[in-house]
Design a protein around this ligand. Sequence first.
Ligand code: TGC
Ligand code: FAD
Length: 388
Amino acid sequence: TSPLNPTDLYDVRSLLSEEERMVQDTVARFTDERVLPIIGDCFDRGRFPTELIPEMAELGLLGSSLPVEYGCAGMNGVSYGLVCQELERGDSGLRSFASVQSSLCMYPIYAYGSEEQRRRWLPDMAAGKVIGCFGLTEPQGGSDPGSMRTHAKKDGADWILNGSKMWITNGNLAHIAIVWAQTDEGIQGFVVEKDFPGYAAQEIHKKMSLRASVTSALYFDNVRVPDANRLPNVKGLKGPLGCLTQARYGITWGPIGAAIACLAEVLDYSKSRILFKQPIAARQAVQIKLAEMARRITLAQLLSLQLGRLKDAGVMQPTQVSLAKWNNCRMAIDIAREARDILGGAGITTEHSPIRHALNLESVITYEGTETVHQLVVGRELTGINAF
Ligand code: TGC
Ligand code: FAD
């Protein structure tokens, strides 16, 4: 028997189509050549590498699953997952950028927008010329978006928007914000343009996590939004939650990439770190940790691939996404912390990736629904009882 691939013990890659493998290889090359050489420094400086946006667009990574008629790549769900995995093998910040642009901004314009809105924004968003952000969370509590205070009131042909949003990825980079607000007819989505008077974005500093990503607070002070910028085809919380299902699906794949990066790094390190006259990889305690990492990565790979197949068959359900988001984020953060431990003192600097991934994953396990929220979604499915 030939040796197994340590980061793909079950040869999950053999279950991919030729096209899916090509997508994975292309994004893997981008991550190896363009992201890994700079990302430690970006994280240290708290800088999102905006110079990579045109290249990501060129590779078709923005709105990758949307139809080609809007300038998008028309990939299937599994390919989108692989994009997320390979980007997050570089850094969660890059995957966040792609998730927000694709699943949280382009998707709602495509799914809930008019044909005119699709043609107005999607091609430029796919080209990386227009960047979006998604405003759902508010300062008083993100887990319960149904209690949002931001509201929009009809005023002739326009809407007047007031309120604020918190923890918004891409906020200060964005040309447009998809903002969810209460109206007399329930929650609705509005495309707020950067130069609308009364709209302001303020970057959040002092982050110890997702440092290579822009996170902002958004403020709306009597912002006049034309009705042409309201997404006409959805009302109610199911609008934003439908976007979250798309993004969370991608996030089930992303942390697999972070975990693979950590395992690959400590496998090398543990074979060359000699202590008590032997490489630490020869110690049972270390091998158990490495084996545990491989076991959990394998389970996560199989989970996301089957989820992707369900998505591509059009039968994926939000509860299935919740289970995988919970499992795979927990898997990756545990692995990143354990990998940091195996590196000893060397593990505390960004010369090695595990501490960066571990810190990033503190956000990933929190945003798009905290671990607890996803556990309670699964609990509700099993029991039929809402425990929120
Ligand atoms: P609930 O009564 O369960 O549902 C209200 C309506 O929505 C429908 N629905 C969904 N639709 C699509 N996808 C889902 N996942 C859905 N979940 C529910 C549901 O059928 C219902 O429809 P209808 O027609 O009957 O009205 O609502 P609830 O108020 O009980 O809330 C449930 C709960 C707690 C699960 C939900 O509020 C929740 O998911 N909270 C977490 C919020 C969250 O995840 N926020 C994320 C903000 S965005 C972000 O973090 C971006 S980070 C991106 C990055 O940088 O990568
Ligand atoms: P809270 O909702 O206040 O939760 C606090 C604690 O209470 C958590 O441990 C939670 O699990 C627990 N809890 C909540 N409800 C229950 C319950 N019923 N039972 C038991 N425990 C419960 N949001 C956006 O809209 N757009 C973005 O682009 C975006 N990007 C983000 C980027 C970063 C880096 C971060 C950190 C967050 C981002 N978010 C974004 C916000 C994110 O979605 C929220 O942080 C998340 O939903 C949790 O909300 P919260 O922070 O207000 O915590």
